[in-house]
Design a protein. Structure first.
Ligand code: FAE
Length: 536
């Protein structure tokens, strides 16, 4: 095992001696007989939205829960006094096991923006497949640590279209409002939106869209806007106003560690094993044996640990959960899984673009990293032309006159995740052609704005051959689609006791930013599972 070094922050959080069968984690110890698996009543793999809901609901019902999380526990300040690095000052905290950043906006005026960084178990992963890069949050709190906090309700008609069979009355009447309350969703204040220099870019994005007859809607968020007002006024340490977002927010954001996970841990029944990556699941009689690797702060495997649990909740996200199931099936640990495992994957139609404004249309040198407005054409578009585009920030410290947008389309393109036995890894058959309909839809929306404004697209943001980003996503969805790989309550078919509660259940497209829907879906699943499978 690698020695712990006092100079590293977030050093190895759990250590394991597989031979002795003992695991020591932060603030707790779990003991097992030498060589034997650690027996736990319920295991949750992943600490993002689905995992946090599962842990809280299980614990409130009196069940002991052990959570495994491959990333770190982000609760200790680093060398600069901050827990997370700023977007503009990346270091080993920023990216998951990379020696160079992999920024979504990779270039500006032809200059590459990526920089060398020290290798570390950082908070933002980018998983590169042949034609698609997938960004994911890694750490206790999952995607909530790195995301923009936008908590957008899905449209009822679109959910009915993409997830037929979901009990929508209940979902909209109870589970979505519950998720919004637990996550602390709130709205930007009038003062910030209409007067703050930090939202000049949002006001310009709104005005130029409305001038072309486009509808602009408010976008709710879990970032605390009362805090944002204070930081904008210089009365509290800056986070949204200080270039913090995709590598974590040091203040203001109600990420899962402050909401669901905090409540779950407060029960005293939830143990989180950070820096512990599940690597395989095997059926063993009425239970499951889950193997996991303990990781150091630079990602080295320092030991292994084995758990045994009669109930396992998979919450490792679209890629993580699908990979675990594909890998476990390939290794012979799980048999009889649905043939549809890996299918139905999509990037939620994610397409980014930039527009160059005129010199009399400044976007602001100072910009809040938390978006608050979106352009919405769903009222007057059909099929794959439906677009919801957030007016996104580009905080550069100088005025760039750049309007940036993250568009989400109703793309019908789906791809398949599968196991490449030769390479020993998961692959994705997404091609650039899969994104063509999204790019066309987005182009239609923004061509109209450019025509009215006499403005042009920025062609210098995503490398030499792209005006629209058709090669990465923040919103991986699918792989274990609800009602195919699982039943309607997230029970993995053919594997009693194994459940899925995360974004892998959603069929590649939700039409809006996904975490609110994922959270509400996990609430619905847990309600059913607790009532039907775990009633004591
Ligand atoms: P997720 O939150 O990804 O959690 C999975 C967890 O499992 C992670 O902590 C992983 O480290 C962990 N894990 C994976 N594999 C293993 C393993 N083998 N063993 C142990 N642990 C493992 O899953 N969505 C919005 O709705 N609004 C936004 O504003 C927004 N902005 C985003 C910005 C960025 C930069 C990114 C990357 C994403 C954004 N998203 C946004 C997407 C959102 O964060 C994502 O849909 C959810 O986090 C997915 O939730 P899950 O519970 O599926």
């Amino acid at each position: 095992m690698r020695p712990h070094t006092a100079t590293r922050r977030h050093v190895l959080i759990g250590t394991a001696t597989a031979a002795a069968g003992a695991v020591v984690g932060p603030g707790h110890a779990v003991q097992a007989a030498p060589g034997a698996p650690v027996d736990v009543p319920a295991l949750v793999i992943g600490t993002g939205y689905g995992g946090s809901v599962a842990a809280l609901r299980l614990a409130l019902a009196g069940h002991r829960v052990t959570m495994l999380e491959m990333g770190q526990e982000w609760n200790r300040p680093g060398h600069d006094g901050r827990v997370f690095a700023r977007m503009t000052e990346p270091d080993e905290r920023s990216m998951w096991l990379r020696r160079r950043t992999a920024m979504p906006i990779s270039h500006l005026t032809g200059v590459p923006l990526d920089r060398p960084i020290k290798l570390g178990a950082g908070v933002l992963d980018r998983v590169d497949f042949a034609a698609m890069g997938v960004y994911c949050g890694v750490g206790v709190g999952g995607g909530s640590l790195v995301n923009g906090g936008m908590a957008v309700r899905p449209r009822r008609d679109y959910l009915a279209e993409v997830m037929p069979g979901l009990p929508l009355d209940d979902f909209f009447a109870r589970h979505l409002p519950l998720a919004e309350r637990e996550l602390g969703v709130n709205h930007v204040t009038e003062a910030l939106l209409e007067a703050s220099p930090y939202y000049q870019y949002a006001r310009l994005g709104r005005d130029t869209a409305q001038a072309s007859g486009r509808r602009v809607v408010p976008v709710p968020n879990v970032y605390d806007f009362a805090y944002l007002e204070q930081e904008a006024a210089g009365q509290a340490p800056g986070s949204a106003t200080a270039n913090e977002v995709i590598f974590g927010n040091n203040h203001g954001k109600r990420d899962l560690t402050k909401t669901y996970l905090a409540r779950a841990r407060a029960t005293g029944l939830v143990t989180v094993q950070a820096a512990t990556r599940a690597s395989g699941i095997e059926r063993a009689g009425d239970a499951f044996v889950v193997r996991a690797e303990m990781l150091t702060a630079d990602g080295t495997v320092s030991g292994t640990v084995v758990y045994r649990a009669p109930r396992v909740f998979l919450a490792a996200g679209s890629l993580g959960t699908t990979e675990l199931l594909l890998r476990s099936r390939a290794a012979g640990g799980l048999t009889g899984l649905s043939e549809e495992l890996g299918f139905g994957w999509g990037p939620n139609g994610n397409t980014m673009l930039g527009r160059a404004n005129h010199v009399w249309q400044p976007t602001g040198a100072r910009q809040s990293t938390i978006p608050v407005l979106g352009i919405d054409n769903w009222a007057y578009a059909t099929g794959q032309d439906r677009v919801f585009a957030e007016i996104a920030p580009f905080p550069a410290g100088i005025d760039t006159y750049l309007s940036l947008y993250l568009a989400i389309t109703a793309s019908a393109s789906r791809a398949r995740l599968s196991w490449d036995a030769t390479a020993g890894r998961m692959i994705l058959d997404w091609t650039r052609a899969h994104a063509a309909a999204s790019v066309t839809a987005v182009r239609r929306t923004f061509d109209a704005i450019n025509a009215k404004q006499g403005s042009t697209y920025r062609v210098d943001l995503f490398g030499s051959d792209r005006t629209f980003s058709d090669h990465f996503t923040y919103h991986p969805l699918g792989g274990c689609v609800l009602g195919t790989v699982t039943d309607r309550a997230g029970r993995v078919r053919g594997q009693g006791g194994l459940y899925i509660v995360d974004g892998s259940l959603a069929p590649g497209s939700l039409g809006v930013n996904p975490f609110l829907t994922i959270t509400a879906l996990a609430e619905q699943i847990m309600e059913t599972v607790l009532a039907e499978d775990l009633r004591s």
